[in-house]
Design a protein around this ligand. Structure first.
Ligand SMILES: O=P(O)(O)OC[C@H]1O[C@H](OP(=O)(O)OP(=O)(O)O)[C@H](O)[C@@H]1O
Ligand SMILES: Nc1ncnc2[nH]cnc12
Length: 180
């Protein structure tokens, strides 16, 4: 299905002062309750990556899982789950980080990627980039290369996508909110 920026943005709800005063929260849940919107978003990534040389898709707990799982299914690639602390059994590697409205810790299972793996890293939204940079640290510490970061929304005023590009990691996002 052809991507329509106006249509997808109509499914993103802005909630002011949530979860903290001063935060303008971009709520993507309406995309998932709209079958056309979800297909439009998922198809945009399928079209972009169908002929790419990525070997794995990694995604970030929790909202990042939703589209990444569809993409991994469509592209028939292994899906690597990067989870909030304490959710993954077995030996894990962890990385603490700050995000726009707090701090947390991400984990990945040991040996889930290796040198030579070309990873597409997926999350729903880029704000300060703290979350994605922590995920990149986890993947690269195991020898994998992050070929591209994909997100639905970029908030460029918060600087995250610039930080990724400064590290020579390409960023692909479907829409952006700037100046509000
Ligand atoms: O660029 P940053 O400032 O790091 O912020 C972006 C992150 O914030 C949100 O995650 P949240 O921790 O709220 O998790 P959720 O997906 O479980 O709601 C969002 O899903 C991104 O992962
Ligand atoms: N403004 C925002 N809206 C939704 N998710 C976010 N994660 C970090 N900042 C966010």
């Amino acid at each position: 299905m052809l991507y329509d920026d106006f249509y997808v943005k109509s499914l993103i709800r802005s909630v002011e002062d949530w979860p903290k005063p001063g935060i303008n929260f971009r709520d993507i849940t309406p995309i998932f309750s709209d079958p056309k919107g979800m297909r439009m978003v998922a198809d945009a990534y399928v079209h972009r990556y169908i002929a790419s040389d990525i070997t794995h898709i990694a995604c970030i707990d929790a909202r990042g899982f939703l589209i990444a799982a569809v993409l991994a299914y469509e592209l028939q690639k292994p899906l690597i789950l990067i989870r909030k602390k304490g959710k993954l059994p077995g030996k894990t590697i962890s990385q603490a980080y700050d995000l726009e409205y707090g701090s947390a810790e991400l984990e990945i299972q040991e040996n889930s990627v290796k040198a030579g793996d070309n990873v597409l890293l997926f999350d729903d939204l880029i704000a300060t980039g703290g979350t994605l940079l922590a995920a990149i640290e986890l993947l690269t510490s195991q020898g994998a290369e992050v070929k591209e970061v994909a997100a639905i929304i970029d908030l460029p005023d918060l600087g995250g996508s610039q930080k990724l590009q400064d590290r020579n990691i390409p960023v692909f996002n479907l829409c952006a909110y700037e100046g509000d």
